[in-house]
Design a protein around this ligand. Structure first.
Ligand code: APR
Ligand code: PHB
Length: 389
């Protein structure tokens, strides 16, 4: 088989890139290791920057998002029994939208159905080859047979555990990593959200987050030791702990219910450079991971997609490789800024096991400054709604 861009990974990065290129008449094939149902069963974050909202509309998949997504003008920072609000709209004239990654992915798969897009599921042993030549190809196993796709470019959209990153020679690749000494225990429940805006709570017992997917579906998280056994967390224990970490006014009115999904996610910052090697481009989680504080992961994937989509469009339609040449540099500049923001927001909101009294005072002072300085709030808001592309 032959295609123009072979896309490894059918998560949001791979699907969005394929959809945008299709609208420009550029051929792609998407290779996905799992099944469609498996991909659509994953629960991930759900806050879209305004730039990502526009990109989804441009890709022709914005209709349901525009009907069902919830526009948020701000968010709350809670400090034990009090707190303050950051007004994104007032400070930046921009907003964000709460619309789950699962829904974005569903819309992208449904859009693919309409043009019979080539997606190969349940592939094994995917192997990008010849990426430093003019004739790259990807081999994979399916149904006990080896298949080969010849292409012009390979897009590695296969997430943190994919194979694409390792196709860049080890002596070329540089990896930067910070692993945080805690995780997030998340619960999804079919209950109305406690607040119409997201609450980020700093508490001596640990961080907590009140979020939502829609008006009848809530998403809550609490900081836990990363090796805490999930079995130890009954629904009742989770609600109990969450209520202790959020202001009483919220704890008193929270509607609890059985968890639909419950999992513990580790927190990590990770960046791999460069994001291009020969004819291979890394996109999204394949090249970088941020801790979920600030919900930047999906939005960073979207900005990578945007840069690559523009570069490939210029290549095919205008025979101009300038943007493609700049992909890695441009994408990484934005990645590092979001990495910094997510790292900072994580640092000021969590209890670290080895936090000294000095560290504790610094954290309190960061929050006090944030509460009282319009400039500091603007910095947070600017990052939260999404830095320019
Ligand atoms: N071959 C084919 N597909 C693969 C392979 C492989 N070797 N390895 C992984 N995949 C698939 C995964 O099954 C998954 O569906 O690649 C997809 C990668 O999807 P994500 O992990 O969701 O990554 P990405 O598409 O970059 O999405 C952006 O940002 O912070 C996050 O939560 C956010 O998951 C979101 C991500
Ligand atoms: C979520 O709704 O899952 C969510 C919201 C905000 C975050 C992280 C996750 O910072």
């Amino acid at each position: 088989m032959r295609t123009q861009v072979c896309i490894i990974g059918g998560g949001p990065s791979g699907l969005l890139l394929s959809q945008l290129l299709h609208l420009k008449g550029i051929d792609t094939v998407v290779l996905e290791r799992k099944s469609r149902d498996y991909v659509l069963g994953r629960i991930r974050a759900g806050v879209l920057e305004f730039g990502m909202i526009e990109l989804l509309r441009e890709a022709g998949v914005g209709a349901r998002m525009d009907r069902q997504g919830l526009i948020h003008d701000g968010a709350f920072i809670a400090l034990q029994n009090r707190g303050f609000r950051i007004d994104f709209k007032k400070l930046t004239d921009k907003q964000v939208m709460v619309y789950g990654q699962t829904e974005v992915t569903r819309d992208l798969y449904e859009a693919r159905d309409e043009w019979d897009a080539p997606t190969v599921f349940d592939v094994r042993a995917v192997n990008p080859q010849g990426i430093d030549t003019d004739a790259p190809f990807v081999t994979y196993l399916q149904g006990g047979k080896v298949h080969r796709i010849d292409c012009d470019f390979v897009a590695g959209c296969d997430g943190f555990h994919g194979v694409s990153r390792a196709a860049i020679p080890a002596d070329v690749r540089r990896e930067y990593e910070r692993v945080y000494p805690f995780g997030w225990l998340g619960v999804l429940s079919a209950t109305p959200p406690v607040s119409h805006e997201i609450i980020y709570a700093n508490h001596p017992r640990g961080f907590a987050l009140c979020s939502m997917r829609n008006l009848n579906l809530s998403r809550y998280y609490i900081q836990t030791p990363v090796d805490d056994p999930l079995e130890g967390w009954s629904d009742a224990a989770f609600w109990d702990e969450l209520k202790r970490r959020i202001p009483e006014s919220a704890a008193d009115k929270i509607v609890t219910g059985p968890s639909i999904e419950k999992s513990i996610a580790p927190l990590r910052s990770f960046v791999s450079e460069p994001m291009r090697w020969g004819r291979l481009f890394l996109v999204g989680d394949a090249a970088h991971i941020v801790p979920p504080t600030g919900a930047k992961g999906l939005n960073l994937a979207a900005s990578d997609v945007r840069y690559l989509y523009h570069g490939l469009t210029r290549h095919y339609l205008d025979h101009d490789d300038h943007e493609l040449e700049q992909y890695s540099e441009k994408a990484l500049a934005r990645v590092w800024k979001a990495t910094r923001f997510s790292w900072w927001f994580t640092n000021i909101m969590h209890r670290f096991p080895d936090q000294s009294e000095f560290d504790q005072r610094m954290q309190e002072t960061e929050l006090a400054f944030l509460e009282t300085s319009r400039a500091a709030q603007t910095v947070l808001a600017e990052n939260y709604v999404g830095l320019p592309y």
